[in-house]
Ligand binder design. Structure first.
Ligand SMILES: NC(=O)c1ccc[n+]([C@@H]2O[C@H](COP(=O)([O-])OP(=O)(O)OC[C@H]3O[C@@H](n4cnc5c(N)ncnc54)[C@H](OP(=O)(O)O)[C@@H]3O)[C@@H](O)[C@H]2O)c1
Length: 340
């Protein structure tokens, strides 16, 4: 059956200029699946900050998006037609489907089947997907927080940050969040149980450093770094002996033309003197840990120990708008786009 597939195409790389005209809405006619192919009707896509890095023309840990390409996005959908013996009609699949209404594909390995008993399918784009897994596994494998320690989280109101905060709190840590505005700082203490929070927008490294001294009087044991840039520079002087710096994201600098431009003060001396462990974390390295981690996240959600929010806009044509909501910090939960 022929269908029209609306999708979002990258027009140009951001290269320091993050404007709406980097994307355009396009459409194509899709035939039915050929031999070995299947057709997935996408229900939701996630707006993940990782897209920022993927649009850059440089090495990354994942494949990039070039001008003219379908824009990358994780999504979840239902198989509506299949001529692939390994894929059944009605299956719910999650994975990198792209910002589009339909995915026509032959390789079932790029998406995986969602167990319909494990929450709402769209949760696999958030709390049960890369978001929840990143929060949990980055803490577990690199951060290793212990009761009584201080865990500082940049982009503390983000989906990853808010889950990391709750998990750290549940093991008895003091949690401190860094967000764009004072209002958001108050909000994350109420919503996610942070012990303290402060804002970064319009503030110098020295000013942020003073806020860290005030909100982390015992120093920082674990820095859950979602941003990089000036915020991370402000943390350097506050690391405790044997602190752990988990480099999880670079949202503050990933749109810059030169991502190396963010290097301010070097942290080498502090790393040596304080024996700080600084390690990058990429969730894709932890596929083997996923089933157990998802089971624990489901249990935490079901018994009310873990709460999360979603922010949903409707229509594939609004995916660019949703991306800029996230970039501007206007999202009030995991930013999703509902397609049907
Ligand atoms: N390494 C991995 O495997 C992995 C996997 C998933 C996610 N991540 C990373 O985790 C981080 C959070 O992702 P998410 O999906 O939870 O995000 P999210 O819920 O979409 O929230 C993104 C938040 O980032 C903040 N932000 C936007 N631009 C910023 C800037 N220029 N400087 C500082 N903060 C900015 C905004 O909050 P404010 O209003 O506070 O600025 C925004 O609400 C991202 O860095 C992402 O790349 C890493």
């Amino acid at each position: 059956m022929a269908r029209t597939n609306q999708f979002i195409r990258l027009v140009r790389r951001p290269e320091g200029n993050l404007a709406e005209d980097i994307f355009e809405v396009a459409a194509e006619e899709l035939g039915g699946p050929g031999d070995g192919e299947f057709l997935l009707e996408v229900s939701y896509i996630a707006i993940d900050p990782a897209l920022l890095s993927r649009m850059r023309d440089e090495d990354n840990y994942t494949a990039g998006v070039a001008p003219g390409d379908l824009v990358w996005a994780n999504g979840v959908g239902v198989v509506v037609e299949s001529r692939n013996s390994d894929v059944a009609v009605g299956e719910i699949r999650v994975g990198p489907v792209g910002m589009q209404q339909f995915l026509l594909q032959s390789d079932p390995g790029t998406t995986r089947v969602v167990d319909p008993d494990l929450g709402e399918p769209r949760w696999h784009l958030g709390v049960l997907g890369t978001t929840g897994l990143t929060a949990k596994l980055a803490l577990q494998t690199v951060g290793e927080p212990k009761a009584g320690e201080t865990v500082l989280i940049s982009s503390g109101g983000s989906s990853v940050g808010s889950i990391a905060a709750q998990l750290a709190k549940s093991i008895g840590c003091r949690t401190v969040g860094i967000v764009s505005t004072d209002e958001k700082a108050r909000q994350i203490c109420t919503d996610w149980g942070y012990d303290a929070a402060f804002s970064y927008r319009g503030r110098s490294v020295d000013e942020m450093s003073a806020s860290i001294a005030e909100t982390c009087p015992e120093g920082v044991d674990v820095y859950f770094d979602n941003t990089g840039g000036d915020i991370s520079e402000a943390v350097i002087d506050h690391f405790n002996l044997f602190a752990r710096h988990i480099v999880v994201g670079r949202i503050a600098v990933a749109h810059l033309k030169d991502t190396h431009a963010d290097i301010g003060r070097r942290d080498g001396n502090t790393i040596l003197v304080k024996r700080v462990k600084k390690q990058g974390f990429v969730v894709h390295d932890h596929a083997a840990a996923r089933p157990a981690a998802v089971a624990e996240l489901v249990a935490a959600v079901e018994n009310g120990d873990l709460v999360f929010r979603e922010d949903i806009v409707d229509g594939i044509e609004r995916a660019p708008e949703a991306f800029f909501r996230m970039i501007r910090g206007q999202n009030t939960g995991k930013q999703l786009v509902r397609l049907n």
